[in-house]
Design a protein around this ligand. Structure first.
Ligand SMILES: *[C@@H]1O[C@H](CO)[C@@H](O)[C@H](O)[C@H]1NC(C)=O
Ligand SMILES: *[C@@H]1O[C@H](CO)[C@@H](O)[C@H](O)[C@H]1NC(C)=O
Ligand SMILES: *[C@@H]1O[C@H](CO)[C@@H](O)[C@H](O)[C@H]1NC(C)=O
Ligand SMILES: *[C@@H]1O[C@H](CO)[C@@H](O)[C@H](O)[C@H]1NC(C)=O
Ligand SMILES: *[C@@H]1O[C@H](CO)[C@@H](O)[C@H](O)[C@H]1NC(C)=O
Length: 516
């Protein structure tokens, strides 16, 4: 009798769902975002299967990892080489981002481990969470497992992410995250924003979409058929996401209107309790009488790839400062000044969280920007590609950062920027205000993440949260059919008037004849 009660109790308490988390991009920042989902979902008692190119050190029995390590080889490493980007040997434009994403998607879906998962008819999931990266092919997972899916979006919301939910942003007042124009726009910026949005959409429709569709059908048709169902058309399934969970927040980006199923959860990847610093680093930071400046170009761009003269000039600049400088660089440089410390690996959260950290010099990636605001440290942004331009420009406008452009003279510009921030309490007041807005939410972002994932499962796909705009074709959204009708109507009326007036005014020929 008792054991029976126990079983009932366990059944009613454990509401764990089976969740597939797909984060195959082989880059440290994307790994942090994926690990964040996994940590929160495991903590909430769910069973997680995690597709990742990395190895996550976590021994929770509810976690199964599926490694797609070949993804490291699938991409052109030059694309994130800072020297190649500086000299324009490579460009991080729409075409290379698409190629990059297709390469990763193909390698992921064709990998042995993922094929095994997809082809095993006993595998079932309650929901799929996939990171959106410049193509929509992972929506196919939801067809295979016959369950709802959620996109994780790693950028500020824009016309692409909101387009997946049927909404479009208005280019008159919404920044494109690849550009450094921040509203309010002047006439030319506004025109360029429209042109950029139209051109991107056209490229999507004319070139990319067919490649995606073909690969989607080739990969998923046989698998779904083997499970006794038909693969839904790509154009239907890709707009069938239940939610987008975005790494954004109004304190970091723009206050634009969002559909009900776009949920901003920036900062969920940061642990509530910051890990203590390693002992040597703790000592260095404690003893920094004039404070610490932390310099890191993030996990993808490498400081060691900077041109030699820039590295040497930066080292000279840092050596002349009163502050202690922590430089995340993969290869130590010779002639290190006493106040400079090289870190091959940097516990970024713990460094930024230390009260002596007074300035962060960063590439302005979304995670670094988020972390600067989270820990209340003003920063100098050196944007290199993609959304870094927007992140830095927006922060400059907010008064929490300065922007320095990556040129051969960067040390001179950086010196000016460092002096200006350290010497002006305004930056510290602003970052405090921004940090307050960032933290002052009804629920912490990690809790919100778990809530919405569970909501999607329990509500059978959050159908009520979806915008009716998803089902309205673009020409109807712009009322082009109405405009066409009005044009035709006016034309007909004009023609009728012309015809009738011609009839009435035309002199009656026989009568005329009589007069003359
Ligand atoms: C994609 O893969 C192809 C072939 O493997 C490679 O040549 C190309 O450089 C890759 N592109 C990117 C952007 O990673
Ligand atoms: C769209 O999602 C809902 C909820 O998950 C599901 O019931 C429906 O079958 C999906 N539609 C397609 C075309 O897969
Ligand atoms: C560095 O510290 C010294 C001694 O505290 C001070 O005299 C000097 O003005 C400081 N230099 C700068 C650039 O702040
Ligand atoms: C700091 O600002 C003050 C007043 O604006 C100026 O006199 C001083 O030279 C500045 N110091 C540095 C190190 O830039
Ligand atoms: C910012 O906030 C911190 C912690 O709340 C406080 O110690 C500091 O004085 C504040 N700085 C400014 C410039 O308001």
């Amino acid at each position: 009798m008792y054991s029976y009660l126990w079983i009932l109790l366990i059944l009613s308490v454990s509401e764990g769902y089976k969740i597939l988390v797909v984060f195959p991009v082989p880059a440290g920042s994307h790994r942090n975002l994926g690990d964040g989902y996994v940590r929160h979902l495991l903590k909430a008692g769910h069973e997680v299967t995690y597709i990742t190119p990395f190895v996550m050190e976590n021994f929770n029995p509810n976690l199964r990892q599926i490694h797609v390590a070949d993804n490291f080889k699938a991409i052109n490493a030059q694309l994130i080489n800072i020297k190649a980007l500086m000299s324009h040997q490579v460009e991080m434009d729409q075409d290379s981002l698409f190629q990059f994403s297709i390469n990763i998607t193909k390698t992921t879906l064709e990998s042995e481990a993922v094929q095994k998962l997809l082809n095993d008819a006993s595998e079932e999931f309650d929901v799929v969470i996939a990171e959106w990266m410049f193509n929509d092919i992972y929506c196919g997972f939801s067809a295979v497992f016959n369950c709802p899916y959620i996109w994780s979006f790693s950028y500020e919301p824009n016309f692409v992410s909101l387009g997946l939910l049927g909404e479009a942003t208005n280019p008159a007042y919404t920044a494109n995250i690849q550009l450094s124009d921040v509203p309010p726009f002047n006439f030319w910026q506004r025109t360029y924003a429209l042109w950029f949005q139209v051109l991107s959409n056209l490229k999507q429709i004319l070139f990319y979409e067919n490649i995606e569709k073909e690969f989607y059908e080739k990969t998923f048709t046989p698998i779904v058929q083997r499970r006794g169902r038909n693969l839904p058309p790509y154009d239907e399934l890709r707009y069938n996401a239940s939610m987008v969970l975005g790494s954004s927040h109004v304190s970091l980006g723009q206050a634009i209107r969002l559909p009900q199923n776009y949920i901003p959860i920036a900062g969920y990847h940061i642990d509530d309790d910051t890990k203590p610093l390693p002992e040597d680093l703790q000592r260095i930071m404690e003893n920094a009488e004039h404070g610490v400046i932390y310099f890191s170009l993030g996990s993808n761009l490498k400081s060691k790839d900077l041109p030699e003269n820039i590295k040497n000039n930066l080292l000279t600049l840092f050596g002349e400062l009163n502050q202690t400088v922590l430089w995340k660089i993969e290869q130590p440089l010779p002639n290190k000044p006493k106040n400079v410390h090289f870190l091959e690996w940097a516990p970024q959260h713990s460094i930024l969280g230390h009260p002596n950290c007074i300035l962060f010099i960063t590439h302005g990636g979304l995670l670094s920007t988020t972390e600067a605001v989270h820990f209340g440290v003003p920063f100098i942004g050196i944007p290199v590609f993609f959304d870094q331009n927007f992140n830095v420009e927006q922060s400059v406008q907010r008064g929490i950062a300065k922007k320095v452009i990556l040129t051969n003279n960067i040390d001179k510009d950086l010196r000016v920027a460092i002096n200006e921030i350290l010497n002006d309490s305004k930056y510290y007041e602003r970052i405090n205000e921004t940090s307050f807005i960032y933290h002052h939410r009804p629920v912490p972002p990690g809790k919100e993440l778990v809530h919405w994932v569970e909501h999607v499962v329990r509500s059978g796909g959050a159908l009520l949260h979806r915008s009716p705009a998803r089902l309205v074709p673009w020409y109807q959204k712009m009322f082009l059919d109405l405009i066409a009708l009005i044009v035709v109507f006016v034309f007909v009326i004009l023609q009728t008037i012309k015809f009738m007036s011609a009839c009435i005014l035309r002199p009656k020929v026989p009568y005329k004849k009589k007069i003359t």
